[in-house]
Design a protein. Structure first.
Ligand SMILES: Nc1ncnc2c1ncn2[C@@H]1O[C@H](COP(=O)(O)OP(=O)(O)O)[C@@H](O)[C@H]1O
Ligand SMILES: [Mg+2]
Length: 466
């Protein structure tokens, strides 16, 4: 259980690391000291041995023995046959083994020799130096000096304490770090997890109270943002569902009411009957349109809005839609002007772009009073094809302008409904244009008119295609 705690894990890892480092240090330092001992002592013993060899030629054996009793170096002198002539006092000599003998033999042959390791002669591990007495051809024996390795151990013991101290310090540091980490990271992370869990249960009320510009603080901020976004999404989803239900209920109640009147034979005149049938017909068309629009949006939400791109001539799309809408405009005595400049073919879905233009021109007709004017233009702007639909209509109040792309958003509910609007048209326009990698934009002045600008990239785009 406790091992599951992040701070404890990191703390243990640091402690483990400290331990490994300490052990490695211990071994390396021991090795280093030992090497230094062998190198340094080897040189010293050779020099010392040469001095003794000189003294011995002058008969200073006593002097040498005295010198050796005051240092940790042991001394043995051998004759030409290898037998021991004299040794340091209180030295318990053993039987020389093969390596002792070979070292001594080398010296007797006139050459100084060093040997490190265990020596049977001195009964200890250390370094041994054998130096010839006399010069080549007239060798009279050899001086054998030995310094035990033990003195390194003594020096090393002092260092051991130091290392132990460092190790203990390291563990204390690790403990301190564990506490700091646990406060700085593990604690906040636990709090983040708790908040995230509440969010997944649909409760967005609790906020993460972690700030600061380190990673944990950033994560806290991100989670707060996420909570705010989710909450917004949740609210707008509920709102949308309520709005859709309302939108569906209105035409349904008309249809049910008037069909009931007709079924019960309550109509007075054929004219009245015809009126009721027309209402039923209009409302069912309205329902159909609403359902189609909702379906398009649902497809787009599911990432399945199909955009089938083919090389198309955009002016063909413009002319065909304007021709189709002209009748509706003329019924309201609204004049439609078209201006088109030459454009290369672009890769786009002509049916979807027709849907865009139908929606825009339909809005322009709907929100422009009789005897108004609508202008549809198509021009090339560097890498973009730009379509503008301008009208001389009622315009959109500035406060509503940013919202017209929202689903079911209508500036004036009753006016739009009379005209057959659902408030879904512009959100579909936006989805389709953006699926083409393009942009939409609206400018408007109340009682002056509205201009919607659509830009489609000439050379396709990397935008995801549903
Ligand atoms: N050309 C325009 N002139 C004035 N208002 C417009 C125009 N186009 C859109 N609007 C406003 O934007 C709202 C959203 O438009 P849209 O999504 O097409 O829905 P609707 O079904 O109401 O036409 C409309 O209800 C209307 O208030
Ligand atoms: Mg519309």
């Amino acid at each position: 259980m406790i091992r599951k705690n992040l701070a404890v894990r990191i703390g243990l890892a640091i402690m483990g690391l400290m331990l490994v480092v300490s052990i490695v240090q211990y071994i390396a330092l021991g090795q280093l000291l030992r090497n230094a001992f062998y190198q340094q002592s080897g040189l010293e013993l050779i020099v010392q041995g040469q001095q003794y060899a000189n003294m011995s030629s002058m008969g200073g054996t006593m002097m040498m023995q005295m010198l050796c009793t005051t240092s940790d170096t042991s001394l043995v002198m051998v004759g030409t046959d290898g037998n021991i002539i004299t040794a340091s006092p209180s030295l318990h000599l053993g039987k020389p083994d093969a390596s002792d003998s070979s070292t001594i033999r080398t010296a007797l042959s006139g050459q100084s020799e060093l040997h490190g390791g265990y020596s049977s002669l001195f009964g200890n591990s250390g370094i041994m130096a054998a130096v010839p007495i006399g010069s080549t051809g007239k060798i009279t024996g050899a001086v054998v000096l030995f310094r035990p390795e033990g003195i390194v151990e003594t020096a090393f013991h002092h260092v051991e304490w130091l290392l132990l101290l460092v190790g203990v310090g390291g563990i204390l540091v690790a403990l301190g770090l564990t506490v700091i980490l646990s406060n700085r990271i593990a604690g906040p992370l636990r709090q983040l997890a708790a908040v995230a869990r509440e969010m997944s249960r649909g409760d967005y009320s609790s906020k993460v109270e972690i700030t600061g510009d380190d990673e944990v603080g950033k994560l806290g901020e991100a989670i707060n943002e996420l909570a705010a976004n989710l909450q917004h999404l949740e609210t707008s989803r509920k709102q949308f569902l309520a709005d859709v239900s309302h939108e569906l209920r209105t035409p349904m109640s008309y249809i049910r009411g008037y069909s009931q009147v007709l079924a019960e034979g309550l109509v007075q005149s054929p004219k009245e009957k015809e009126d009721y049938l027309r209402i039923i017909h209009d409302e069912s068309i309205r329902l159909e349109g609403l359902i189609n629009d909702l379906f398009t949006l649902a497809q787009s939400d599911a990432g399945m809005l199909k955009i089938v791109k083919q090389p198309i001539q955009l002016e063909d799309v413009v002319y065909s839609v304007v021709d189709r809408m002209r009748k509706k405009a003329e019924d309201k005595e609204i004049e439609i002007q078209v201006s088109v400049s030459p454009l290369p073919r672009i890769d786009a879905d002509s049916a979807r772009l027709e849907q865009v233009l139908v929606n825009l021109i339909d809005n322009a007709i709907r929100y422009t009073p009789p005897r108004g004017r609508i202008e549809v233009s198509l021009i090339r702007l560097a890498d973009w094809a730009e379509v503008k639909v301008s009208d001389t209509g009622v315009g959109i109040p500035a406060k509503d302008l940013p919202h017209i792309w929202d689903r079911l958003y209508r500036v004036e509910k009753s006016r739009s409904r009379v005209g057959g609007g659902t408030g879904l048209g512009l959100s579909i326009v936006k989805q389709i244009v953006e699926a083409h990698g393009g942009t939409v934009q609206a400018e408007s002045a109340e009682n002056v008119g509205t201009t919607i600008t659509v830009r489609i990239p000439l050379h396709g785009s990397d935008a995801p295609q549903g």
